[in-house]
Design a protein around this ligand. Sequence first.
Ligand code: UFG
Length: 355
Amino acid sequence: MKKRVLVSGGAGYIGSHVTVELIQAGFDVVVADNLSNCDLTCFEGVKKITGRDDIPFEKIDCCDYESVNRLFSEFRIDAVIHFAAFKAVGESVAEPLKYYRNNLLSFLNILEASRLHGGCNVLFSSSATVYGETDKLPVTEESPRQPATSPYGNTKQMCEDILSDTVKATAAYGSEVMAGLDKTGPVKGIALRYFNPIGAHPSALIGELPRGVPNNLVPYITQTAIGKRECLSIFGNDYPTPDGTCLRDYIDVVDLAKAHVAAVSRMVENKMEDSYEIFNVGTGRPVSVLELVNTFERVNNLRLNYRFAPRREGDITAIWADPTRAEKVLGWKAQRTIEETLASAWAWEKHLAGK
Ligand code: UFG
């Protein structure tokens, strides 16, 4: 029987790419999304790419326990991938309660329902932000987490801890000792720590759809190239890096989506060595902001209007992944080149503009 995955936040940027890869890998998927930060554009794209018109879509808010509980009653769910969360660092500083309420409550509800419906495998969408600023690069999963510098980052750390504590506490469920508790079951967990996801599906039918002015680099680049923004500001060219701009590990969103398929497969096939595991999802290659901009220009054969601007508050100088564990344990490795990824980001922007 096909395994079924609940993808919360499945209509969003990463969620839609993951839904495609799951379906193509033979999973059934239920998408849950409250559409608070996206519309149905990407979900429609997912249906086109997969040729599947029957993917269940549930417009629910995971902060409402009864809705989550109903989903778990209606569908037999073998794994949950939890994306449903707010993600703008700056906004989280201005509106911390909004971030804590939404990001924590939705995850608590997913875990509660998982535990009470016979147990479940839960994949949490975490971030390299948990590592903060460090001199020891690249970072491995053992690198210490630093105190979070924003409420957003704090919710990622807290959700990792909530998952790990829940896994520990529910480990005995379903065993003889706890047999009286009938429908409760163990939760197993994986946290994937994403570096900087960028790019779009090669079909150009799904991609990133930022609302308002983009916070992140690549959508700002593509919107500048298409003429929606006048000029890209490169925040800081006086960092202690080879060209003075920040270094990041840009991971292609389709590669990232495939890491989810590998992780979910490991969970549903009962191959986990520990009931809670963490993996970095990155390429292992640092790329500077300027390098990324220049590569975008070269690959897409255009000139981008950009200028150097002061540093952005809160930015760290450099971070990139040691992705060895994901390769060894999950058998996953980033495949697409930065050139392919930046071409896909541009193709998506042009698709949005109807060009
Ligand atoms: N940048 C610019 N100009 C822009 C936007 C970004 O120069 O208009 C630079 C940033 O200064 C940074 C790099 O591009 O050096 C990447 O910036 P992004 O905003 O795209 O990504 P971040 O590395 O800041 O953010 C990522 C994740 C967040 C996470 C954060 C933690 O997107 O979810 O890392 O550091 F919280």
